[in-house]
Design a binder for this molecule. Structure first.
Ligand SMILES: C[C@@]1(CC(=O)O)c2cc3[nH]c(cc4nc(cc5[nH]c(cc(n2)[C@H]1CCC(=O)O)[C@@](C)(CC(=O)O)[C@@H]5CCC(=O)O)C(CC(=O)O)=C4CCC(=O)O)c(CCC(=O)O)c3CC(=O)O
Ligand SMILES: NC(=O)C1=CN([C@@H]2O[C@H](COP(=O)(O)OP(=O)(O)OC[C@H]3O[C@@H](n4cnc5c(N)ncnc54)[C@H](O)[C@@H]3O)[C@@H](O)[C@H]2O)C=CC1
Length: 211
């Protein structure tokens, strides 16, 4: 088993080349879109869900079969054709500085993609290191239920509150205690019920010590 190193990479404006334009390519595009990467698909055919993204300029489609020069400038490469020989050719053509994902042969990949739940800044990722992608998907669905849409607003509030706490208290015990106090479960519940005033009052009390 490979022990993969989990990291969150900033690939804004870096080029990701996906070879193949089918179902699996469309899944990878969906998880790449929020990153603002420069997404390029090389494939003679295109999955129907990708067509509107080409039309709106969110992704680039090179309507052709793969050639090694398609990988020029790619930081990440995803080999996602339904043809093992083509995927092998993509792997052979990759430079040592380019990171490759083989969607058909996990043992050959430099990186694999986890199942992902996004709630604004909160990003939950699940991997089974390739043992059972279906299990990764199931656990993702369980997490999506537990960490529902309210978390986007909640984490956004915590981010603002953290900045205010940092401005108020020097680094040290007081700041740490205040940041810990922000995890009081009522704050999540008040976010859920729309009781924003109570949330603000809690924060002001924390910052000033007054109610
Ligand atoms: C190694 C990895 C490489 C990579 O692609 O990065 C890989 C490889 C392979 N997947 C295969 C099959 C399936 N993959 C899925 C689903 C997902 N696969 C994803 C990731 C990964 N798949 C990486 C490991 C992640 C991990 O385990 O931690 C997810 C999590 C994320 C994503 O794709 O972005 C996404 C869930 C998306 C979501 O819902 O969020 C389903 C289930 C389904 O679609 O419902 C099936 C059918 C059931 C089954 O086979 O288990 C096959 C056999 C192909 C064949 O038979 O030809 C291979 C090849 C091999 O195993 O060598
Ligand atoms: N990692 C994962 O999550 C999963 C991986 N797979 C693997 O991914 C492979 C692809 O699956 P799907 O997307 O469902 O297949 P698909 O048949 O929907 O798409 C294949 C795409 O590859 C393109 N293609 C074929 N030859 C090409 C070439 N020479 N150059 C450029 N593009 C070419 C086709 O035009 C098509 O767009 C499967 O063969 C399987 O091994 C399958 C399921 C899940």
């Amino acid at each position: 088993m490979t022990n993969y190193f989990p990291i969150h990479i900033n690939i804004e404006y870096k080029t990701v080349v996906i070879v193949g334009g089918g179902h699996v390519a469309s899944q990878k595009v969906a998880s790449l879109l929020p990153t603002k990467a420069n997404i390029v698909i090389v494939s003679p055919t295109l999955h129907e869900t990708l067509q509107p993204l080409v039309e709106s300029g969110q992704i680039t489609w090179r309507e052709k079969v793969f050639e090694p020069r398609d990988l020029d400038d790619a930081s990440l490469i995803i080999a996602a054709t339904n043809n093992t020989t083509v995927n092998e050719a993509v792997q052979e053509s990759a430079q040592h500085w380019q990171l490759l994902n083989r969607t058909d042969a996990q043992g050959e990949s430099d990186f694999i993609t986890p199942a992902t739940v996004r709630r604004g800044s909160l990003v939950l990722t699940v991997s089974t290191s390739g043992a059972s992608p279906a299990l990764a998907r199931k656990i993702k669905e369980d997490l999506a239920e537990q960490f529902d849409a309210v978390y986007e607003d909640y984490v956004c509030f915590l981010q603002q509150a953290r900045l205010m706490v940092a401005a108020k208290f020097e680094k040290g015990d007081k700041r740490r205690a205040a940041l810990q106090a922000l995890l009081e479960p009522s704050l999540l519940e008040w976010t859920r019920s729309g009781e924003i005033d109570r949330r603000e009052a809690f924060l002001q009390h924390l910052l000033t010590g007054e109610s």
